[in-house]
Design a binder for this molecule. Structure first.
Ligand code: 2NL
Length: 342
């Protein structure tokens, strides 16, 4: 039968095909598997095959189709691995390696690590808490009055217009969490990111970093606060010469701002201290007894001191950076200038 012979010839053709290039393989695909392939018309030929042989004929045509598909997959794989071998031949194993680029710490992290390290050596433990806080830990526990401007929608990021959940505006809620869950003596340092709804400029940002410290025990006095801060100034700035100016915070009483003497015998220090020789570093004070009571600590038995400082401001001075936004842009041209990996 002619039709049978035709199909058998094509099966033999397929078996014998040996394309040597991508182009020849494509020719093979068009001929046997393309939309106008040579197998399709063979199936039409079934009309001319006697009824008792139709089944056998159909099977033979399917065999041709399968053979074409198998052969194509086989040839494709063979060609691909051949081209892999070719690129292997081009590989130059004597070429020098790509140098690995070593990253460095973010200047905020190095500044923070330095400050935290000084207090750790004095026996303070690191405490951490969530960036998303509730109103109680962030404001109420900290003795912030209901009508205080910091509680305003304009100044604080509240979540989904809730007045209950917010992005913490300072790290004090971390300390509130420690005071409500641990008994004195408490000696902790709380570093972390805080948020305020500020217009972003070279001088202020809506996110920044803070470190707060807290020491609560029996008989803690202002003298302990001063001695601790003098030691910090010595370690951080190389001088224990500090000055405490009266100030106000809702959570401490009395409160003070601490300045460090950097002198004005060179132009940089003169500029930094605005011609006074004094550099403002942090706010501090004795923990308001109401704050202790809010957190379940007996204020007739215990007293404490606390302090807080912004990191960006210190890092800007330390590295002579004049735009706070640079810290948050993650531009490697900026970050790469701070070589430290510690
Ligand atoms: C500043 C001043 C300060 C505190 C933070 C504090 C924490 C507790 C209780 C009482 Cl749990 N006080 N923190 C105290 C005084 C000042 O921060 O200028 N920060 C950037």
């Amino acid at each position: 039968m002619d039709s049978f012979a035709n199909v058998k010839r094509i099966i033999e053709e397929i078996a014998a095909a040996s394309p040597k290039s991508k182009e020849e393989l494509e020719q093979f695909r068009i001929q046997y598997l393309g939309s106008k392939n040579v197998i399709k018309p063979l199936m039409g030929e079934i009309r001319n095959v006697p009824n008792e042989q139709k089944k056998e004929y159909g099977q033979l045509v399917n065999e041709a189709k399968d053979a074409a598909e198998c052969k194509f997959a086989e040839l494709q794989e063979a060609l691909e691995s051949a081209s892999d071998d070719a690129s292997f031949d081009l590989l130059d194993l004597t070429r020098p390696g790509e140098p690995l680029e070593l990253g460095s710490r973010h200047p905020i992290a190095t500044t923070m690590n330095r400050i935290v390290g000084i207090f750790q050596r004095m026996g303070f433990a690191i405490a951490e808490g969530p960036d998303i806080e509730d109103d109680w830990h962030n404001f109420t526990a900290m003795n912030t009055p209901e009508d205080h401007p910091a509680r305003d929608m304009q100044d604080t990021f509240y979540l989904l217009n809730s007045t209950e959940m917010l992005l913490r505006t300072h790290t004090s809620p971390v300390q509130a969490r420690v005071m409500t869950s641990q008994k004195p003596p408490i000696r902790i340092i709380a570093p972390g990111r805080v948020y305020r709804n500020e217009t972003i400029s070279a001088r202020s940002h809506a996110q920044f970093h803070q470190i707060e410290g807290l020491y609560v025990d029996e008989g803690v006095s202002f003298a302990d606060l001063k001695q601790t801060l003098m030691y910090f100034a010595q370690e951080m700035f190389g001088t224990p010469k500090i000055r405490l100016r009266p100030s106000f915070f809702p959570f401490t009483e009395p409160s003070a701002e601490m300045d460090v003497w950097i002198g004005m015998d060179n132009e940089k220090n003169y500029r930094l201290s605005k011609g006074t020789g004094w550099l403002e570093i942090l706010g501090c004070g004795m923990v308001d007894p109401q704050v202790l009571e809010n957190c379940g600590i007996d204020s007739t038995k215990y007293s404490g001191f606390a302090f807080g400082m912004g990191i960006e401001r210190q890092a800007m001075r330390l590295y002579d950076i004049h735009d706070i936004r640079l810290f948050f842009e993650n531009d490697v041209r900026f970050l790469g200038q701070f070589g430290s990996v510690v």
